[in-house]
Ligand binder design. Sequence first.
Ligand SMILES: O=P(O)(O)OC[C@H]1O[C@H](O)[C@H](O)[C@@H](O)[C@@H]1O
Length: 306
Amino acid sequence: MPIDTSNDIVTLSLGTSSVKVALKGATVISYQHDGRERLFTSAKSNPSPSDKAAVRGGVPICWPIFGPPDLDNPLYAQLKQHGFARTGIWHLEDHHAADDTADGVKATFKLEPTPEIQAIYSQPFLLRYTVHLRPYTLSLSLAVTNPSSAIAPLHFQALLHAYFRLPDGVTPPEVRVTPLESLAFVDKVTGGEKGKETERRKVVDVDGPKGEVDRVYYRAPDHLELAFPTPTASASGSATDVLKVHKTNLPDVVLWNPGPEKGATIADMEEGGAGRYVCLEPGRVEPFEVLEPGSTWEGGIELSFA
Ligand SMILES: O=P(O)(O)OC[C@H]1O[C@H](O)[C@H](O)[C@@H](O)[C@@H]1O
């Protein structure tokens, strides 16, 4: 069966690849490719709608804000960090398995205001999220519509907060990210409030004070790569696995790993979990998107491996 829906999780399968999407947050919680799991999801987090917290891992969707809310803005003041899309219960709207394997299998999820959401956020909106599994790629695409019945533009940030699992035996400081050279960034670990700095490194590693990295890079190129030394390469120093992230209409990107010490303080993080992933999070962070009534905005990522 290319599509299975059970226990509030939608599974798309294609040959040896599969992807699992929890209805809570439309969070992609697993991507199996070439016999390996490519995403990290904490064993301590619960994808069931009965648990109200966001999934710790996979690809949570941050919308309509990224980071903590601006408490001075009444539109967002009641929201939690990263907004409500990652905890809202989405519906499977449509799914399709193409006759030709190359065209893959696709599912679209939908989120509209519920009384729970309306209690904290007054704007009308419609979100659609399409997950498309093809033999060599996984595409995730978020569409935001400001209904034509709306009386005001919709102002939002949007970000796909992907937790990429490292190959066994590889640690975050060994991961190399390119090409971020010359980009303006804010470093949230060393005091981002001081303003933007410029990345001078051709190849960026995922290491910082006590292993913590939390940076927002602005106007990043649309092709990004994470290179992991393969376990055999760690010894021989030769081979790498490369994850390619192609982003569309998501101009910025966040690089995050809390490091072992801070990671151990995250309540829903499995033991040692922070050492098993790197977050690379394409998004629209700054400025907010402004969407007129009757318009739709779309942004997404495509993952592939080399
Ligand atoms: O703990 P969460 O609300 O899921 O946020 C996890 C992380 O998300 C982003 O990467 C932010 O840049 C980090 O500052 C934040 O710690």
